[in-house]
Design a protein around this ligand. Structure first.
Ligand code: SF4
Ligand code: SF4
Length: 418
């Protein structure tokens, strides 16, 4: 039967793979299992077999594709530039189209509605808060419970940043639209505050249009392509007439940069303007619009989210930001996925847990009790696997806290004054 959707893996994507195997040591699922069918090369071979009508889309194919974390470490390591992440989104779209499954359909309907409806997300936030305080979280399924274990403490009615307009400080460089996100808005208010304050100081007028919605990354990764397209088109309409579109969640900024796939010409224009906040803040530090602080705050372990490091190839920016806050950035022993990976922690809790434990062990050996992570899912996963004396925050939060403290102490007490 081959492929049936427009999103299916493309011939050029599959033929780019020359079977060299250089990606294998970088693939977490291959490293855990040693199994070729859990490797990027094996997955591409399976996609080719389906494309050539040699095998049907069956249980074995579904298992191979579903077990992939979509971390794109293979893509960053591949000398033939195989766009593995795109091909895997295509394979997941085919699973949805060719293997109707009530569980997947229900997941798409419930999660899709939840992440794109702020009022529902706020009700869910309140329910989670009540369940945590009353101990009722014990009775929810263990996979969901562990996914929520690393959640920050959030107020029962968190404020929203939607609709806000903030004026630039100093010479204006343009207007930046901030993606409020799905869980970023109610669960990560501190990251939004830091983002807005730093963008203002870097010379941007910051707007947060109310008509925007979830970026659609979760839907795209899970094969819910119709929803992913709908959400992308809505964001293209909502986030027009600005110079930059900023996200402070690495998974979302990576997806915004791929909007040409999901929303045509308008998507391509938005993709061109999309930036992860770490890029913009690091650039402002480099050219002196934001200060470098000299107070020694000790070491910070830098956890690289896959969608920052592998999908966007952003490595230096978070280190520049924490160094400017006065920390010494410390790298982990490797950049393997932490196991959060969107819905993965709920679908494959054991593998997710094993990868989370590996990541926590790498952080412990750095000797630092402060961790910088630029993606909400990674932050929650890392916190859930570390002891409670560790503090995990976004790099821009660590930097904004330092800048604010410096401003409170008074000019000249901490700034190197570049
Ligand atoms: S995906 Fe790239 S690195 Fe992996 S086997 Fe194919 S060509 Fe080699
Ligand atoms: S995306 Fe990650 S888990 Fe999937 S094949 Fe590539 S390296 Fe392996």
């Amino acid at each position: 039967m081959g492929w049936v959707t427009a999103e299916a893996p493309r011939p050029a994507e599959l033929s780019a793979c020359v079977d060299c195997g250089l990606c294998l040591p970088h693939c977490p699922t291959y490293r855990l299992t040693g199994d070729e069918t859990a490797s990027p090369r094996g997955r591409i071979a399976a996609m080719r077999a389906v494309a050539g009508d040699l095998v049907p889309i069956d249980d074995a194919f579904e298992d191979m594709m579903s077990f992939c974390l979509q971390c794109r470490a293979c893509e960053a390591a591949c000398p033939s530039l195989v766009p593995f992440g795109r091909a895997m989104e295509g394979a997941r779209a085919e699973l949805t189209a060719q293997r109707p499954d009530p569980v997947r359909r229900t997941r798409h309907a419930l999660l899709g509605r939840l992440v794109s409806t702020p009022v529902l997300l706020r009700l869910a936030t309140r329910a989670i808060g009540l369940a945590r305080r009353s101990g009722a979280l014990r009775i929810v399924p263990s996979a969901l419970r562990s996914s929520l274990a690393g959640m920050r403490d959030v107020p029962s009615t968190p404020p929203t940043i939607r609709g806000a307009v903030h004026l630039a400080q100093g010479e204006e460089r343009g207007t930046a639209a901030l993606l409020a996100g799905c869980v970023m808005d109610p669960w990560f208010g501190g990251v939004h505050e830091a983002t807005i304050e730093l963008l203002k100081r870097a010379g941007y007028r910051v707007v947060v249009p109310t008509t925007q919605t979830c970026c659609g990354a979760l839907a795209a990764h899970d094969g819910d392509t119709r929803r992913a397209r709908r959400l992308a088109v809505r964001n293209v309409r909502a986030l027009q007439a600005v110079d930059l579109v900023i996200s402070n969640a690495a998974g979302c900024s990576a997806h915004l940069k791929e909007y040409a796939e999901w929303a045509g010409d308008g998507g391509a224009i938005l993709a061109d303007r999309a930036r992860d906040v770490t890029e913009v803040v690091a650039a402002a530090i480099a050219d002196g619009r934001l200060p470098k602080l000299s107070m020694n705050r000790g070491a910070v372990a830098v956890q690289d989210p896959c969608h920052l490091r592998h999908a966007q190839r952003i490595v230096d920016a978070p280190r520049v930001i924490v160094a400017a806050a006065g920390y010494q950035p410390v790298d982990l022993t490797d950049d393997q996925c932490c196991g959060a990976a969107g819905l993965y922690s709920m679908l494959f809790p054991e593998t997710s847990n094993e990868l989370g434990e590996n990541k926590a062990a790498q952080i412990r050996v750095t000797g630092s009790t402060v961790v910088a992570s630029a993606n909400p899912g990674c932050e929650m996963q890392v916190r859930a696997h570390l002891e409670n004396w560790y503090s995990v925050a976004h790099p821009v939060e660590l930097y904004w806290d330092a800048v604010r403290e410096n401003e409170t102490l008074g000019p000249g007490t901490d700034s190197r004054g570049e």
